[in-house]
Design a protein around this ligand. Structure first.
Ligand code: ATP
Ligand code: MG
Length: 553
């Protein structure tokens, strides 16, 4: 499924052929979200594809809100969608369009179809029509209203528009082919009555075009050359073409590609909305959500998301993409960008008994070994420091198997000294309360004589200067790999441990000036981002991703 870098994917092949053979001079694509929820990683793929192709071939990509269903659509979603696309780094310039901008034109086109005898007003309720519609193997029977005269249809359609009927009382249908093996060609609905105010047109309309009536015609109005959509619309393509042909308008061309399915998550606005509404997550931008807002808050970068989209390419068949591919892209990007700092998740105090009680030494730490331009910083070293509880074992295995602390074991404290554990204190419950150690003054980092060799290097934070922090450890939202294959309620597959809160972590004092959105690597632990919930004296970090993919080990 991985795209070979040098070869073109099937959409690029098609575009290059169109350009070579003179069918088009350039690419005009569009991203057509319905403003009824927040965008997810699947949409991100579609955005990268549509804007990416326009960029590659020197064309343009429009942003078009597909807002034909007033019941579910809201302006707040329009705003979040625009924010998300900007965050990904794409620009639609002044080409911000709405299907609702075209309602007048679409209405005229519907009457054109009526005049040509290609559309009729049907009074049959939806379930009654479904009964006579037939099956793919058996032709349908005509609705008793199918042979209404053009005049009657024009009159009734105008009455529909004027609000003379209740919701569902009448519809406008295309008059196509009741024996077509494609059920979408059996007199599909073009307009339905909905006495619902629209987020942009207010109460001007009480009839609204269906997706099929609106989408291709909007493409045509905008002279879209390549209308890319997901595979479920393949069966709609004959109708897309029928409408364009019968209206004799600019022939945009629809091409389908596989939708992105990502392991251990769901990519469906409806399911994501359910999680939000039932309180399984803390909103659309919960860092566990595969929404663009969630990924941003978690600390995924636009560069990583784009790299991911590029890596997976486009396919003609639906499959399942491993979320590890996305996490890998995030790690690669943050490895270059995020400064390394010390953060201790489960602090264990170490008292360095041969270090003067009131002495602070400022040591030099490298910010990012992958990026010399990131420079260095000073970190304080004091008599009392914290290491992680996981860095000490009371009865460690033979020295070749355990390189961290244990009785009489030596380790290097990164950017500082080698220390030797000389003792420890145990609480009544058997837990380790604190360690005692001695440092070796000859082993200062950078000035080390090299006399002493130790294998283990630990992160640490001065206890006197440490800042308390809350760490939100995120894990996969679901425990099932392929959520698109499950048969039961998807909520049964929620991971109960998708969020673990560590409330008494400590981090180094340089993070005092950390602001929301800052991203760091806590040495040896993972990448983290300062969360929006942080306040002046309560720092909160989201774990973006672990340092390595440890799952298969
Ligand atoms: P959902 O099923 O999550 O509600 P949708 O397809 O209804 O998604 P739209 O707002 O209509 O959402 O989609 C906007 C564009 O994004 C469409 O062109 C659609 O095909 C594309 N898209 C949606 N989901 C995916 C996905 N998982 N992978 C790739 N493209 C997608
Ligand atoms: Mg949709």
């Amino acid at each position: 499924m991985e795209e070979n870098k040098k070869s073109l994917n099937f959409i690029e092949q098609m575009i290059e052929k169109d350009l070579e053979e003179g069918r088009h001079k350039t690419v005009v694509s569009r991203f057509p979200p319905e403003p009824n929820g927040y965008l997810h990683i699947g949409h991100a793929k579609s955005i990268c594809l549509n804007f990416g192709l326009a960029e590659k071939y020197g064309g343009k990509c429009n942003l078009r809100f597909d807002d034909t269903d007033p019941e579910k659509e809201e302006t707040k979603y329009v705003e979040s969608i625009k924010d998300n696309i900007r965050w990904l780094g794409f620009d639609w310039e002044d080409r911000e369009y709405y299907a609702s901008d075209y309602f007048d034109q679409l209405y005229i086109w519907a009457t054109d179809l009526i005049k040509k005898g290609k559309a009729y007003v049907d009074d049959l309720p939806a379930d009654a029509f479904n009964k006579i519609k037939g099956t793919p193997a058996r032709p349908g029977t005509p609705s008793p209203y199918r042979e209404r005269s053009v005049e009657e249809n024009l009159y009734l359609f105008s009455r529909m528009k004027e609000g003379a009927f209740e919701d569902g009382e009448k519809v406008l249908r295309a008059k196509i082919d009741l024996s077509s093996p494609n059920m979408h060609m059996r007199d599909p609905i073009l307009y339905r009555i909905k006495h619902t105010a629209h987020h942009r047109t207010g109460s001007k309309w009480c009839i609204y075009p269906t997706y099929d009536m609106a989408h291709g015609q909007s493409d045509s109005i905008e002279s879209i050359t390549h209308s890319l959509c997901t595979l479920e619309f393949e069966v709609h393509r004959p109708l897309y073409e029928w409408l364009i042909e019968n209206l004799e308008i600019y022939p945009s061309k629809q091409t389908e590609f596989a939708r992105l399915n990502l392991s251990y998550t769901v990519v469906s606005k409806r399911s994501l909305r359910e999680l939000v509404e039932l309180g399984h997550v803390n909103g659309w931008d919960d860092p566990r959500m595969p929404t663009i807002s969630g990924m941003k808050r978690r600390g995924f970068t636009p560069e990583a998301v784009k790299k991911f989209a590029d890596t997976i390419g486009v396919a003609r068949r639906n499959g399942l993409t491993d979320v590890a591919v996305l996490e890998h892209a995030v790690r690669e990007d943050l490895n270059k960008k995020a400064n390394r700092v010390f953060g201790i998740m489960n602090p264990l105090k170490v008292i360095i008994t041969n270090w003067p009680e009131d002495k602070t030494e400022m040591l030099t730490a490298i910010n990012n070994p992958e990026d010399p331009a990131a420079g260095t910083r000073k970190i304080p070293f004091t008599q009392e420091i914290y290491v992680d509880q996981g860095d000490f074992m009371e009865n460690p295995p033979s020295p070749g198997k355990w390189f961290r602390l244990g009785p009489d074991r030596e380790v290097r404290l990164k950017f500082a000294y080698i220390i030797k554990c000389t003792g420890y204190k145990k609480a009544e419950d058997g837990s380790i309360e604190e360690l005692y150690a001695e440092y070796d003054p000859e082993t200062k980092s950078g000035q080390d004589t090299g006399r002493k060799k130790v294998k283990g290097t630990l992160g640490w934070v001065s206890a006197s200067y440490a800042i308390n922090a809350e760490i939100r450890m995120y894990d996969r939202l679901f425990t099932t790999e392929n959520m698109s294959a499950i048969k039961d309620d998807f909520k049964n597959h929620l991971n109960p441990d998708s969020l673990k809160i560590i409330s008494n972590a400590v981090v180094e004092p340089s993070l005092k000036k950390a602001k929301v959105g800052d991203q760091v690597q806590f040495e040896r632990i993972g990448y983290f981002r300062v969360d929006e919930d942080s306040t002046q004296d309560h720092l909160i970090f989201n774990r973006t991703v672990t340092l390595r993919d440890n799952r298969n080990k």
